[in-house]
Design a protein around this ligand. Structure first.
Ligand code: ADP
Ligand code: MG
Length: 680
């Protein structure tokens, strides 16, 4: 009998080649396959008569193949296969694009259930590249509910079905259920093994719905148990006590006077740190609201109290930039700063590590290099995670573990609705920077189409002539996406269009040192235009840049575009943001228009949530929580609330979950999940 830890390589029909493709979906073992849930289901139990198909849509049709499939080659590498199918009500033409194999399986006179999209155009209708399943004439109920799994190029739904089938077969009869029985009874949830079977091999729509509800509850319950435990652990900790001497010298050293919101947040932090309990605070503030100096204040406080502070940024560029602005500021107060990033050479690293270990480095600014084993702090008292959504819970915890319950500050520019925040960040106190520094003019934002290309190029030229600088952002281009321009190509084109301007390129595949050099040079005005991928999405601060152009903006999420836009409007110059992609259909145009209407990140996030649906919003690990595979914290808010209440109850009675070994193990596994997403 196969075990769940077995590699999927041994599943019949899956060899090493396919296994490598499955790796791309993070599926290595049968257990991984078991936990890869369908992203959708096709309900083929409801059959439609051909005569009743009036509108575009997906249909299941039970019909007989009437004509021999005929192949035509319309151009190089492009084939069409056409045939006609019929039932007792009428006939329907079928066209397969570039899929001669599917069509070759069809036999004239044989009956199938076809499932696919019908394009209806006036009186003509056409079924496009349908899936088909043979049925024998006397079969009563041939339709099925068919799971649709996430795929990658080279894999088919059939491959996915194979491995999930094998995974289900490997589920032992005494499969342990992490959900306590009382909860299953209270919420009328099927047990774990039944639910898994139903998720992968549903018998009916109701069957799937029940199973999904169970899995969602389970996932949210595990999440809430884990968060609750984190919070509980901290509540009983005693915190380091920082000095409560006023920060007047810090404020005096700033090149500007802080906003009221910044003062308030700094005050909250100072009182947390003097309270005797460890601080866990989230600073939420729109891009450009000035979160950096709030964190700097915490670093100064730590140093003045005789502790070290660690400031973790998600990218090398950002870490270097923070070091550059904070070091002079803190050094004015007699506080020493050290940078630690992965790309430093061995000698630099050795020196930094020694300074960190001896305590000579009072404030350490770095990337996730800070959490490596070789880093030993002398007396770590405070930890900052900037752009916290880029870090997993595990990474933040690893940094905290470098000290003894240091004070923790996390900073986020991606706001989420309050009801959700209360649950998801239930263990954090929140400061909101709801005020931008004075003198900022709103960024004028426009959504344009290709027909504006020449005018925009001229506009770029004009802004540079007036002393400004320009960012041009291109989406990451994946292999095979022919119609999108890469950053490199775009830079060449722009340079040709504006030969008298200095154009630089920045993208994720460049070496860190090179990226940093380009960024520094841009900040020092050695370039006029920086063409980049989203490596500049977070935090980069070049106040002289006042125009941002985003290519193929329809490819980005609204919140991400807002983040990008936040790279300009940082100085006193009038700033502009131009989104190309308004000619890519009505949805794209409407989404981009939202950004043209508002500069408020909270409003943008709200629109983003309601437009994209929370699946995407949360799916990309925007919030540094363990990845959710099936639950949708917005759509499943009611279940989330129940899950949280139940988690609280259970943990109150049994804080270590000693009486629930399976639950305990699963919570651990969820929170240990490595966030191995590459940092760009
Ligand atoms: P974010 O919240 O996006 O991290 P930053 O901390 O990078 O914002 O600040 C954005 C810009 O605003 C920086 O150039 C910073 O020096 C400047 N800034 C921050 N606070 C103030 C203030 N109170 N007055 C004027 N400028 C400020
Ligand atoms: Mg920032």
């Amino acid at each position: 009998m196969p075990a769940l830890e077995d590699s999927i390589r041994f599943v019949k029909g899956i060899g090493p080649k396919k296994a490598a493709l499955f790796e791309k979906l993070h599926i290595r073992t049968l257990r991984d396959a078991l936990e890869t849930y369908p992203r959708d289901y096709e309900d083929r139990t409801v059959l439609t008569r051909i005569a009743d198909i009036a509108e575009d849509g997906k249909y299941a049709v039970r019909a007989v193949v009437g004509t021999e499939p005929k192949t035509t080659r319309i151009r190089k590498g492009m084939t069409l296969v056409k045939c006609t199918i019929f039932d007792e009500s009428g006939s329907l033409p079928v066209t397969y694009f570039n899929n001669p194999y599917a069509a070759a399986l069809l036999r004239v006179g044989q009956e199938y259930v076809f499932y696919g999209r019908v394009q209806a155009n006036g009186h003509t209708r056409m079924l496009i590249s349908p899936q088909s399943e043979k049925v024998s004439p006397d079969a009563e109920h041939p339709g099925r509910i068919v799971p649709v799994y996430p795929l990658t190029a080279g894999l088919t739904q059939r491959d996915m079905a194979r491995v999930s089938e094998a995974a289900l077969a490997a589920v032992p009869g005494d499969w342990p259920d992490p959900l306590p029985e009382v909860l299953r009874a209270r919420y009328d949830l099927p047990d774990a093994a039944d639910a898994l079977a139903a998720i992968h091999r549903p018998q009916s729509a109701q069957h799937v719905a029940d199973a999904r509800r169970r899995m969602v509850f389970e996932e949210l319950f595990l999440l809430c148990c884990g968060l609750q435990q984190l919070k509980e652990r901290r509540r009983t900790d005693t915190g380091l006590v920082f000095s409560d001497a006023p920060l007047s010298d810090f404020f005096a050293a700033l090149p500007f006077s802080p906003t009221g919101a910044q003062r308030r947040a700094i005050g909250e932090i100072a009182s947390d740190c003097a309270s005797g309990r460890p601080m866990n605070r989230l600073v939420q503030g729109d891009v450009g609201s000035g979160k950096t100096i709030v964190a700097a204040a915490l670093c100064a406080l730590a140093a003045k109290s005789g502790f070290q502070a660690a400031f973790m940024a998600p990218t090398e560029i950002l870490a270097a930039q923070h070091a550059e602005t904070l070091a002079p500021l803190l050094e004015k107060l007699g506080i020493s700063c050290t940078l630690l990033t992965g790309s430093m050479n061995a000698a630099q690293k050795r020196a930094a590590l020694a300074a960190i270990e001896s305590g000579a480095a009072q404030v350490v600014i770095g990337t996730h290099a800070l959490i490596q084993q070789s880093v030993h702090f002398h007396r770590l008292g405070a930890v900052v995670a900037d752009e916290q959504h880029r870090f997993g819970v595990a990474q933040r915890a690893a940094l905290s573990a470098k000290g003894q319950t240091p004070h923790v500050l996390v900073m986020s520019a991606t706001p989420i609705p309050r009801t959700l925040a209360l649950i998801l960040y239930g263990d954090l106190d929140v400061s909101v920077l709801d005020e931008v520094p004075p003198g900022r003019q709103p960024i004028e934002t426009y959504a344009v189409g290709e027909n504006m290309r020449r005018r925009i190029t001229a506009f770029i030229d004009k802004q540079i002539a007036q002393g400004g600088q320009v960012y041009v952002v291109c989406p990451l281009v994946e292999e095979g996406e022919m119609n999108l321009k890469s950053a490199e190509q775009h830079a060449v084109d722009l340079q040709n269009a504006l030969p008298h301007r200095r154009v630089a390129v920045l993208h994720g595949r460049m070496k860190s040192a090179e990226k940093e050099r380009v960024m520094q040079a841009f900040a020092a005005k050695a370039y006029d235009i920086l063409v980049a991928t989203t490596v500049i999405e977070v935090g980069v601060d070049v106040p002289n840049a006042n125009l941002m152009v985003v290519e193929d903006a329809d490819r980005f999420g609204l919140s991400q575009l807002h983040q990008l836009r936040g790279r300009v409007g940082r100085g006193t110059r009038q700033s502009y943001c131009i989104f190309f992609g308004a000619d890519k259909g009505q949805t794209a145009r409407e989404r981009l228009k939202i950004l043209c209407k508002t500069n408020d990140g909270f409003e943008v996030a709200r629109a983003d949530l309601s437009q994209r649906g929370p699946g995407d919003f949360f799916g990309r690990r925007q919030h540094g929580l363990p990845a959710l595979h099936i639950a949708d914290p917005v759509a499943d808010l009611a279940l989330m609330q129940s899950a949280r209440e139940e988690a609280e109850q259970i943990l109150q009675a049994d804080p270590t979950l000693a009486g629930y070994p399976e639950l305990c193990a699963r919570v651990h596994r969820m929170f240990e999940e490595r966030d191995d997403e590459a940092f760009n």
